[in-house]
Write a protein that binds this ligand. Sequence first.
Ligand SMILES: Cc1ncc(COP(=O)(O)O)c(C=O)c1O
Length: 288
Amino acid sequence: MIPTITGEADLIVSDSLNHASIIDGMRLSKAPRVVYPHADLGALREALAAARRDGRPDGGGAHRLILVVTDGVFSMDGDIAPLPGIVAAAEEVGAAVMVDDAHASGVLGAAGRGTVDHFDLHGRVAIQVGTLSKAVGVLGGYVAGSQDLHDLLVQRARPFLFSTSAPPAVAAACLEAIHVLEEEPALHERLWANTRLFKAGLARLGFDIGVSETPITPVMMGDSALAGRFSDRLFDEGVFAQPIVFPTVALDKARIRTIVTAAHTEAHIDRALAIFDRIGHELGLIAG
Ligand SMILES: Cc1ncc(COP(=O)(O)O)c(C=O)c1O
């Protein structure tokens, strides 16, 4: 998406905690870029005002397109992008917004439609992309945008043109998963009930669970070696939760990343919490 629609005459404005795939997309583009501190709307506004005032860094006049790119749900912290503020800031300077809803698709909004629906911003976000590999549980991704955008991508997007397409079985599995999302709202409700239960349990036990607002719930460890040991001990006891360490997150922000699903039962969650409690004490992360 990003290299297909941007070039030297444009500007990409990106959140500092955007996913690696967005960073790679920017590297593949010839467009200059500005990175604003995570979810900082004041800094975003300043970056957009400076872009409008100063124009292209090569002296070529005004930018053709200013594209503001953000994750919808941030993959390592589980917080939701302040999309209403981002959209308002972009609209003030005529910029377009692209949201990567990998972790919001199937999770936020009616039947998991994502952050645009969650915030009721229909028609104000030019591009919504997402994976089909997370809540949808299959493989691949989607782009939602205008017919013109669709036509441009079909003609020009290099991976679309030069890589093998998804096989029919994968496409059928994705379609079926979307039907499940539309037709079985109880699963969606269960995901959120499980999320609330697990988060409340971890907080009650005394763990630092960061700023998450979604099923992605980090359990902050700080030290990378501790995160690795914690994850190994969880696995010994029957809980699979991966450590996330530098360079995926800052050096002192190592964590265990947990994600509950709609398939978990209350008994699973209680058992996981009991194991977190035991290992938290064993490794000195929680006291009492
Ligand atoms: C925000 C975001 N975008 C894109 C991706 C890439 O997804 P996939 O592995 O399905 O290509 C991920 C995966 O972690 C992600 O978190």
